[in-house]
Design a protein around this ligand. Structure first.
Ligand code: ADP
Ligand code: MG
Length: 571
């Protein structure tokens, strides 16, 4: 038997607690959603582990969550019979934050409570949200399959440290008791708790039970009965038919699986039949996660097999360039004991990934091409999607050859047509404005919008009124090495090689150019000799109208911008 032990929170936990209590106070009922969400996750984990070891159920396989309150003691308790925690689990999971990018996230906080408050929701607050309404939390838990004497009691006032001690706990799972702060007595009511559960946790697939309450004519008040009732619908949300799910329920389900507090931008929900049978419910978040560029970032798709949770972060289910998509996929064909290794080789999984990729692209196309009354707001959604995730989507041009054309049609760029750095011009917009006889899509790449916009290479295009796309994202050069044409029109850099304006040049101009070339032949030869070790070639140019000279890259050479990028990357 080990003694009661007091341990300090990881620094980030203390910081999170401080910030959260202040920032989420106006939305404090979310604590119940978070604790129920954890109870549901714990039950999912037990069900998954029990596939290979049914003894973990300890003769109690009816998984459920119980919510109760005690008016006199001023406590609320959320109990589950899920996987439970060992003493070490409690120390590790309730004393530290395991999320990837935690340190970076906290380093980014400004110290300005209001600004930071807006960011904290994005981080996801989880278990610690209990401290918004409680000045003490007691967790009693026992891991499935361990002896009753191996239970643990974790306790903290949320002020820097917590204690752990060994206890005897007959029933497996976790019970979390909130000792309410002064003034939070509103929560000590059946009606209040039930309405919070129905609002935020209706989508939970396990029954959430509470004691029944009835009006007592003699006492003239509501009294609690010994009977329990199920407060939520208690069926997997994605298995219900679309018409029975409200937008709010879709949103709450998103928050449950994504740990994101902001409502998603859009979702798609389908039952797919055919060679491979599965249900998909996929969401596009409205904001990029703080760790989107973290290479070790976990994916956002949860895999279920016939309603049984199998794993988080099933990265085989979505290509890397769609790593921002969150959701669930529930397969009817995969075996319950499927492992990550099997997933890698499974043909069913390949079919699901291809199907899901197409759905996501379709969902984006629907936003981008929406028409009619609702069209405008959908298009705004697409613009906001592009701002948050456009750079990631561009990776798809190189990564997903099969869908390259569809992805290319979704790309948006800044352009000389507009007077701002907003990326809102598609290839289709560009081609619709193309000049008579223009059979190419012209672009320039640069480090910044200002550099692109002021590039001397643009002069001749301005003069002729030909639009040029301005590409300034880091991935652009890389992307362009995979994308050389759109709908049969070549993509041409205005800074590369012999600029062939084709039909945009008339006969008189061509003749004049030839005459000029003959006239300055000698000068060009002299300059070539003088610059022999610095430049490969010296040519008369007609692409400039105001600047006297500019550097151009050879047709088949890396452009100046890519050379700079590679140098910066140490290559
Ligand atoms: P998250 O749910 O995003 O992992 P939380 O802060 O909500 O973060 O929970 C932290 C961790 O504590 C969980 O990942 C889990 O390991 C553990 N935990 C919390 N509640 C329970 C519970 N009811 N049963 C078992 N483990 C739990
Ligand atoms: Mg949680």
């Amino acid at each position: 038997m080990s003694e009661k032990q007091t341990l300090g929170f990881q620094a980030e936990v203390s910081q999170l607690l401080q910030l959260m209590i202040h920032s989420l106070y106006s939305n404090k009922e979310i604590f119940l959603r978070e604790l129920i969400s954890n109870a549901s996750d714990a039950s999912d984990k037990l069900r998954f582990e029990a596939i290979n070891d049914a003894s973990l159920f300890e003769n109690d396989s009816e998984l459920k969550i119980k919510v109760s309150f005690d008016k006199a003691a001023r406590t609320i308790t959320i109990a589950d019979n899920g996987i439970g925690m060992t003493r070490d689990d409690a120390i590790n999971h309730l004393g530290t934050i395991a999320k990837s990018g935690t340190k970076e996230f906290f380093a980014k906080l400004s110290g300005d409570q209001q600004k930071d408050a807006a960011m904290i929701g994005q981080f996801g607050v989880g278990f610690y949200s209990g401290f918004i309404v409680a000045d003490k939390m007691t967790v009693e838990s026992r891991r499935a399959g361990t002896a009753a004497s191996e239970g643990v009691r974790w306790e903290s006032t949320g002020a820097g440290d917590f204690s752990v001690e060994q206890i005897t706990k007959e029933d497996r799972g976790t019970a979390i008791t909130l000792h309410l702060r002064e003034g939070e007595d509103d929560f000590l009511s059946s009606w209040k708790l039930k309405s919070i559960i129905r609002t935020y946790s209706d989508h939970i697939s396990l029954p959430i039970l509470m004691q029944k309450e009835e009006w007592d004519d003699e006492k003239k008040e509501q009294v609690l009965k010994d009977e329990l009732e199920t407060v939520n619908q208690a069926s997997a949300l994605w298995a219900r038919s679309k018409s029975e799910i409200t937008p709010e329920q879709y949103t709450e389900f998103y928050k449950h699986i994504s740990h994101d507090y902001t409502a998603p931008l859009t979702h798609t929900h389908n039952r797919v039949e055919g060679r491979s049978e599965y249900t998909q419910l996929l969401y596009i978040p409205s904001r990029a996660p703080f760790d989107m560029w973290d290479r070790n970032k976990r994916g956002g798709i949860k895999l279920y097999v016939k309603r049984v949770f199998i794993m988080d972060d099933a990265e085989q289910l979505m290509p890397v360039y769609l790593r921002f998509v969150k959701g669930i996929i529930d397969s009817n064909d995969l075996p319950l004991n499927v492992s990550r290794e099997i997933l890698q080789e499974s043909r069913d999984i390949k079919a699901i990934r291809e199907g899901s990729t197409k759905r996501v692209l379709g969902m984006l196309e629907d936003l981008a091409n929406a028409e009619g009354d609702e069209g405008e707001s959908e298009k705004e959604k697409f613009a906001s999607f592009w701002k948050e995730f456009g750079q990631v989507l561009k990776e798809g041009i190189g990564e997903d050859a099969a869908n390259k054309d569809r992805i290319a049609a979704l790309l948006r760029f800044a352009s000389t047509h507009n007077d701002s750095d907003a990326q809102n011009v598609s290839f289709a917009d560009y081609l619709a404005r193309a000049k008579e006889g223009q059979d190419k899509i012209y672009y320039v790449t640069a480090d910044t919008y200002a550099a692109a916009k002021n590039s001397p290479h643009l002069e001749i295009f301005r003069k002729k009124g030909v639009e040029v796309l301005l590409l300034t994202d880091r991935v652009d050069e890389w992307m362009l090495s995979f994308l050389t044409a759109f709908e049969g029109k070549d993509l041409v850099s205005v800074a590369k090689g012999d600029l062939d304006l084709g039909k945009l040049e008339d006969e008189a101009e061509k003749k004049q150019h030839e005459e000029t070339e003959t006239q300055f032949k000698d000068l060009v030869e002299k300059m070539k000799t003088a610059l022999a070790d610095k430049a490969k070639d010296v040519r008369i140019t007609f692409r400039l109208t105001d600047s006297p000279a500019c550097l151009v890259a050879d047709e088949n050479e890396l452009s100046g911008n890519l050379v700079r990028m590679l140098k910066a990357a140490g290559q």
